[in-house]
Design a protein around this ligand. Structure first.
Ligand code: MG
Length: 389
């Protein structure tokens, strides 16, 4: 097939439901799997798609705080206020578009976070030749009615989302069935309106998280796709000519007669560890995030830098699993302060102390650390996070 231009399209994600079948206090689309809200996982499936013009979520205004948490940092347009039924909610979303809008809209359930890239690609491809299409999965089980009459599963599909339509068509179909609340999906409305909806084959992985068991299954699927990353960090700070009473190292103050030079609090340990964590998520380094040229970081507590790196890991649904730190200097002696540093760093990262290792070495009087000109620190951080591919 010849390569075509990506088709421009909008996306609407109805997320106004209360998820009452789940028996949880939090609506299911805002429940977390792999440390991240389901709605966020779903949105992130769409954002990288070529041709996406806009993505709007349709929400219950009572969930506004949860919604804000789910989309933090994504810069999405204002959400649409949904209504009682799914059909009414989608209708509210369609009010964002003109009646004669010839673009396409993909409507996708908030609780289907595992839609595959291939299925989305196939659906968008179908729109090159069709005004209406939906993902649908073949059924593997033998199907019977309650009298054990076998149904021919070759002619049966489980309808999924996204469902995709030319906007002008979908608006007309919704208007035609404005008073009819029997429909549970938009492909049904468009079919009743007399337009053929193309069925695009999808898989069972694109299931809708509906029950508490589904939530457990979703968590397992995500766990099976977690990957491990390792990041390295290295930092050096020099001793200042002036005398002092203490230096900041590993988040604590240690008595020492020499001062350390640095724009912030000059904590080499937290700097090396921050860089190791940022490295593992490929988000640059401490100098890029907190430029020394920026006056606001003058004398800053390096805990701020470390916390920001940890927050960035969490925002990706990731988890820091272990950090190993080596402090390199002749003086001060690290041993007496090792446990306090471990406790402090574990507290900053919200981890058990068993996940933070701190070691120290000298360079046998060789080099700048050997000449007591400064302190160096190496750090390695391991994180797990959902596969980014
Ligand atoms: Mg530094």
């Amino acid at each position: 097939m010849s390569k075509r231009e990506p088709l421009p399209f909008h996306a609407l994600i109805p997320a106004a439901g209360n998820g009452s079948r789940m028996g949880l206090s939090t609506p299911k689309q805002y429940c977390k799997i792999g440390g991240k809200m389901i709605l966020r996982h779903t949105i992130e499936k769409f954002l990288p798609l070529q041709g996406l013009i806009s993505l709007r979520v349709i929400i219950n205004p009572d969930h506004r705080d949860l919604y804000n948490e789910a989309v933090a940092g994504l810069n999405l347009p204002e959400p649409v206020t949904g209504a009682g039924t799914r059909k009414q909610s989608v209708n509210a979303g369609l009010d964002c578009f003109d009646a004669d809008d010839k673009n396409y809209v993909l409507i996708h359930d908030a609780a289907r976070p595992f839609v595959s890239h291939q299925a989305l690609h196939d659906l968008l491809n179908t729109l090159q030749t069709s005004d209406a299409a939906t993902l649908a999965a073949p059924i593997a089980d033998t199907l019977i009615d309650t009298k054990y009459n076998r149904l021919n599963r070759d002619h049966i599909r489980a309808v999924q989302t996204p469902q995709a339509f030319r906007i002008s068509l979908l608006k007309k179909a919704h208007a035609a069935f404005e008073k009819n609340e029997d429909f549970t999906d938009d492909a049904g409305i468009v079919t009743a309106f007399g337009t053929t909806v193309e069925l695009v084959t999808s898989g069972s992985e694109n299931f809708k998280i509906t029950t508490a068991e589904d939530l457990i299954m979703a968590e397992r699927i995500l766990a099976s796709t977690m990957e491990t990353r390792t990041g390295m960090g290295f930092d050096v700070h020099a001793f200042a000519p002036e005398d002092s009473t203490h230096i900041r190292l590993g988040g604590i103050d240690i008595p020492h007669a020499k001062k350390m030079l640095g724009h912030s609090d000059a904590d080499v340990v937290l700097h090396a560890l921050t860089d190791a964590i940022l490295g593992a998520i490929n988000e640059g380094d401490i100098g890029k995030l907190f430029p020394p040229s920026d006056i606001q970081w003058k004398g800053a507590d390096s805990e701020i830098f470390l916390k920001e790196a940890a927050n960035r890991v969490a925002a990706k649904g990731g988890k820091i699993t272990f950090a190993d730190i080596t402090i390199i200097c002749e003086a001060p002696k690290i041993g007496p302060h090792r446990e306090a540093m471990q406790t402090r760093i574990a507290a900053i990262l919200g981890l058990p102390e068993s996940r933070i290792s701190i070691k120290a070495t000298t360079t046998e009087s060789l080099g700048f650390t050997g000449r007591r000109e400064g302190i160096a620190c190496q750090a390695v951080a391991n994180i797990t996070l959902p596969s980014q591919d």
